[in-house]
Design a protein around this ligand. Structure first.
Ligand code: BGC
Length: 249
């Protein structure tokens, strides 16, 4: 069975039909740049362009980089236009797509769902936390495979700062940090999250997971296992489709 997945990010809107049995894209993904400003209307047009590219006319799941309640309503928008706050994204996108059924969920929650089912978290019980490092830091907390949605651990306070402004990959780029320097910040961040939740496993996702060999070996003193995400940059798309399939079932 296939469902369409769309991942709305700070820089790109990407999507593809997803083969839910394999947990993988059923076709090569298509991407458009996230409009600037990233207002609801402009982003909805981008999502439509991606969906239309495949001529898709069935249900879809869409990720959003902020708190999403009830599969629909946006509550926060740290790295996209603030006009999203309190928008019913499910209604907006459904309407723009001519009435297709839409489920909206947090981007890191979607990535975590994909990893727990088809990637690095397969068959892992206990407390597992997926962290996505990109424009911000996203988090997905699972207890015995069950998601606790919208945990927003990227906004924990670290040395008096919003953690994602110190340890995201955007912070690495903005401040031109070496891998060593950045890994040190990530280590401090992981230690803080570990102190709060004592997870068995951290899954490190986001685009930077492709370069895991450059920074994971530099991280010390964390008791939990730390592994790179396996679905890499497609986890959001796959998880979005899986979330939509589950809510339709
Ligand atoms: C947002 C989260 C999101 C993360 C990654 C954070 O700034 O608050 O909701 O998951 O960025 O995009």
């Amino acid at each position: 069975m296939q469902i369409f997945g769309v991942d709305i990010g700070g820089s790109g809107i990407k999507g593809a039909p997803v083969d839910l049995d394999r947990g993988d894209l059923a076709a090569e993904r298509f991407k458009v740049l996230t409009p600037n400003p990233s207002t609801p209307d402009a982003v909805a047009d981008g999502v439509k362009e991606v969906v239309d590219h495949f001529g898709w006319s069935g249900p879809l799941g869409v990720t959003f980089p902020g708190v999403v309640t009830g599969g629909a309503t946006i509550r926060t928008a740290a790295n996209v236009d603030k006009a999203w706050v309190d928008t019913d994204a499910r209604a907006l996108l459904g309407e723009r797509l001519g009435g297709l059924p839409v489920l909206v969920l947090n981007d890191a929650d979607a990535a975590g769902i994909a990893e727990m089912n088809f990637g690095a978290g397969r068959d892992r019980r206990g407390t597992v936390i997926t962290l996505t490092f990109g424009t911000g830091i996203g988090s997905a907390l699972f207890i015995d495979g069950v998601l606790v949605p919208n945990t927003e651990l990227g906004h924990l306070e670290l040395h008096g700062h919003d953690a994602e402004t110190r340890a995201s990959t955007k912070a690495k780029e903005d401040h031109d940090l070496s891998w060593e320097h950045w890994a040190h910040r990530v280590q401090k961040y992981l230690a803080h999250v570990e102190m709060l939740f004592s997870p068995e496993l951290f899954i490190v996702g986001g685009g930077v997971s492709r370069k895991a060999d450059k920074f994971l070996p530099l991280i010390e003193g964390i008791k939990a296992d730390i592994v790179p995400a396996e679905l890499r940059n497609n986890a959001g798309i796959v998880g979005a489709a899986m979330g939509a399939a589950k809510s339709a079932a």
